[in-house]
Design a binder for this molecule. Structure first.
Ligand SMILES: [Fe+2]
Ligand SMILES: [Fe+2]
Length: 167
């Protein structure tokens, strides 16, 4: 069983993971609109990963005998100034998610639920990777001034990324 407090906190996080999926799809749509197909592919895959994050937690709540309650998703930002702005906002969003996961972990610790704590470790680790990937992309974009042949090459490289479902 989950305490009411912990169930509410997990439901809030499920909503945020689904919102992440929605936001990354919106970023992907913007990137398509400026012919950055590789970046669009990259964010499409990011969106699929966020769907997986949400569903992993969705299933866990039910495994714990809890109840998932879905709430409306916010409207994701649709327009950006540049590819760099997209990635910078993605990094900012991931930092917000990291904070949110940390707060969720704090609730699990307070409620003394060891299985939830163990479950959340995966998300804690995942966030390190998420922030690192976005930071590296920002560094690369700055290196090439976010334009020209460098941008096309990077776009081409990101177009190769494929979704590999996690276990
Ligand atoms: Fe996530
Ligand atoms: Fe993420």
């Amino acid at each position: 069983m989950l305490t009411k407090k912990l169930q509410d906190a997990l439901n809030k996080q499920i909503n945020r993971e689904f919102f992440s999926e929605y936001l990354y799809l919106s970023m992907s749509a913007y990137l398509e609109s400026i012919e950055m197909e590789g970046f669009a592919n990259y964010f499409n895959i990011q969106a699929q990963e966020e769907h997986f994050h949400a569903m992993k937690m969705f299933n866990f709540v039910h495994d714990k005998g809890g109840r998932v309650i879905l709430k409306p998703l916010g409207e994701p930002k649709a327009n950006f100034k540049s590819v760099l702005e997209v990635i910078e906002e993605a990094l900012e969003h991931e930092r917000y998610i990291t904070k949110s996961i940390n707060e969720l972990m704090d609730v699990a610790i307070k409620e003394n639920d060891h299985s939830v704590k163990s479950f959340l470790e995966w998300y804690v680790d995942e966030q390190v990777e998420e922030e690192a990937t976005m930071s590296k992309l920002i560094a690369k974009l700055k290196l090439i001034n976010g334009e020209g042949l460098g941008l096309l090459t990077l776009d081409n490289e990101l177009g190769q990324r494929k979704y590999t479902p996690e276990e």
